[in-house]
Design a protein around this ligand. Structure first.
Ligand code: PLP
Ligand code: COI
Length: 341
């Protein structure tokens, strides 16, 4: 197996062409066979419902080359179930969990030479997506769907890696509507976040920290990642109908409990920000990214979380713990990883 010429330790979070992607079509009331393709393109009807009415959802998960040389995929059953919820939320055909997992195993094995070596800090990002492909001019759901899974080797999502970043708050932008599609992984949510995201970048912040879209009183989430705060041996994370239930956050909550911490999932009022000892954004891409400062662009308020610009001790422990499980350095006591033979 010839290794590609990639500087694994300096990868960013971006697309690199790999050998294969896998595809599966829902047609005539059933899912077809898994197809393997070496093309980066798809033939698509110009009136496909995904192009006109946003019938698109996606997922993100990772495969890791472990210390023992084995390949581990993290919690793909959770992604499979969220993929089903996203499909249901967009009136698309849900893909059965087992078929989703079969496609993940296949695309990882086919692209084995692109799984970054152990010790480089990089991983193989797996991006499943589903689109409605039937022509629709009137607003109605498609009858045919295509699921594609592509992979690409990635490094850290935020260029700072595990160094704390600054984020900002603005009441000018909502990511999603109060009873909208925030809790599913609809591509449209991300399109709708681009203006705010670019504004944050222009002002020197890594992302926008969104408030709840209804009252603008509570913390929702941090760009394409969930939010958590630490104080008094407590792990506190927002309960909200408009955030994406993060699988990383769910895992960190379990690890926090394992460490004897109290976990609170509840509304987090904006005023509470100043009381946290540590704050971080968490997600598959972001892993656990510490936040050093939060600037409220409307009120001018600055919440300085990390005076010395370093990650806090609890965030560091949680980050190391989840990475150790993913890279097979510590026992996977919760059965989160599947080894791909
Ligand atoms: N929130 C949003 C809006 C996201 O896009 C993501 C990424 O998937 C997350 C949170 C983190 O979720 P997960 O940990 O399942 O990747
Ligand atoms: C992820 O964490 O997997 C994400 O989807 C974040 C972003 C790249 C959309």
């Amino acid at each position: 197996m010839k290794q590609p010429e990639i500087d694994w330790s300096n990868l960013s979070f971006s697309y690199i062409k790999t050998d294969y992607n896998v595809r599966c079509t829902y047609k005539d009331g059933k899912w077809g066979e898994i197809e393997v393709s070496d093309s980066e393109f798809i033939p698509l009807h110009i009136a496909a419902s995904c192009l006109h009415y946003g019938q698109e959802s996606f997922e993100g998960l990772k495969a890791f080359r472990g210390k023992d040389g084995k390949v581990r995929v993290f919690r793909m059953d959770e992604n499979a179930r969220r993929f089903i919820r996203s499909a249901e939320g967009l009136k698309m055909q849900p893909m059965p969990e087992e078929l989703f997992c079969e496609m993940v195993r296949k695309v990882v094995k086919l692209n084995e030479r692109f799984i970054p070596p152990y010790g480089t800090g990089a991983s193989l990002y797996i991006r499943p997506l589903e689109i409605g492909i039937s022509p629709r001019v009137g607003v109605s759901p498609a009858s045919e769907y295509l699921v594609i899974m592509l992979v690409t080797p990635v490094g850290p999502y935020f260029k700072e890696g595990f160094k704390p970043t600054k984020v900002c708050i603005s009441r000018e932008y909502d990511r999603v509507a109060p009873k909208g599609t925030g809790s599913i992984k609809a591509g449209g949510n991300y399109g709708a976040s681009l203006v705010a995201g670019e504004k944050a970048h222009e002002l020197g912040y890594s992302v926008m920290l969104y408030l709840d879209p209804k009252e603008k009183k509570y913390i929702d989430e941090c760009g394409a990642a969930n939010f958590f705060g630490i104080k008094d041996n407590r792990y506190i994370t927002p309960a909200s109908e408009s955030i994406l239930p993060s699988i990383t956050n769910k895992s960190l909550r379990q690890l926090a409990r394992d460490l004897g911490m109290t976990v609170e999932e509840r509304h987090v009022p904006l005023e509470e920000l100043s009381s946290f000892d540590e704050i971080a954004a968490c997600g598959t891409a972001a892993v656990c990214s510490p936040v050093s400062e939060i600037d409220d662009l409307d009120t001018g308020e600055k919440y300085v979380i990390s005076e010395n610009g370093e990650a806090g001790p609890v965030t560091t422990i949680l980050y190391n713990k989840i990475r150790a499980i993913q890279y097979g350095e510590e026992p996977d006591t919760h059965g989160w990883c599947e080894i791909i033979e």
